[in-house]
Design a protein around this ligand. Structure first.
Ligand code: FES
Ligand code: FES
Length: 217
């Protein structure tokens, strides 16, 4: 029935509401009240959460076993914070969208892309960067990189070395195929993959693991 017909019925029934009008009215008001309830609940939940930003927010990061106090906008990535605020420029900014691995660091021992983690979310976690393994005696992975000529331009190298370190800590006795897969999240545009994989296998040996599966490309 059209709304005109409804109006006619209302008019003919001396201004009383039709059944359809009554049902429509109830549905509408229930919907509005329901939405208002949800909004109110959301507002109450938000009022309990500490709001951070949008301006500079003081945070503390544990990087290479040292506490670092820094102020960042909540939207700042861990990568930008390392490079631009803390002068730790080993992790490189290449794709800035989690595809190349040039920004790889370890967070609580896990290999991560620093460009995909917010600095404020990295609080309370142990961050390890290439600078952390470059102090004093070179790390076995770094030594193996040199021995196997595993770089050309070197831009991807810090990310690869950190990915290799994280990989070997979880897989101390890898096969060549496992190395290939394990470092699949890092790209080298110069194409030094063969040297890189051999370096990881050599590092596994010098770090105490037994390598199986050979080191052929
Ligand atoms: S810069 Fe982070 S993955 Fe490429
Ligand atoms: S050595 Fe050039 S991108 Fe890896």
């Amino acid at each position: 029935m059209s709304s005109k017909q409804d109006d006619d019925i209302r008019t003919k029934s001396g201004g009383r509401f039709s059944r359809r009008g009554f049902v429509k009215g109830v549905s509408l008001s229930t919907g509005v009240l329901g939405a208002a309830g949800v909004l109110e609940e959301e507002a109450q939940a938000q009022s309990k959460v500490a709001v951070q930003g949008p301006g500079l927010t003081p945070i503390q990061l544990d990087i290479n076993n040292r506490p670092h106090q820094v102020s960042v906008e909540p939207r700042a990535t861990l990568l930008d914070t390392l490079r631009n605020k803390l002068d730790l420029t080993g992790a490189k900014r290449v794709c800035d969208r989690g595809t190349c691995g040039a920004c790889t660091v370890l967070m609580n021992g896990k290999v991560i892309y620093a460009c995909t983690v917010l600095a404020i979310d990295a609080q309370g976690k142990k961050i390890e960067t290439i600078e952390g393994i470059s102090q004093g005696k070179p790390h076995p992975v770094s030594v193996a990189w040199v021995n196997n000529d595993a770089q050309q331009c070197g831009y991807c190298t810090p990310g690869f070395v950190m990915a290799a370190k994280g990989f070997l800590e979880r897989n101390p006795n890898p096969t060549y195929e496992q190395v290939k897969r394990g470092l699949g999240g890092n790209l080298c545009r110069c194409g030094t993959y063969v040297g890189i994989r051999k370096a990881v296998l050599e590092a596994a040996k010098t770090m105490g693991g037994k390598v199986t599966g050979g080191g052929n490309a």
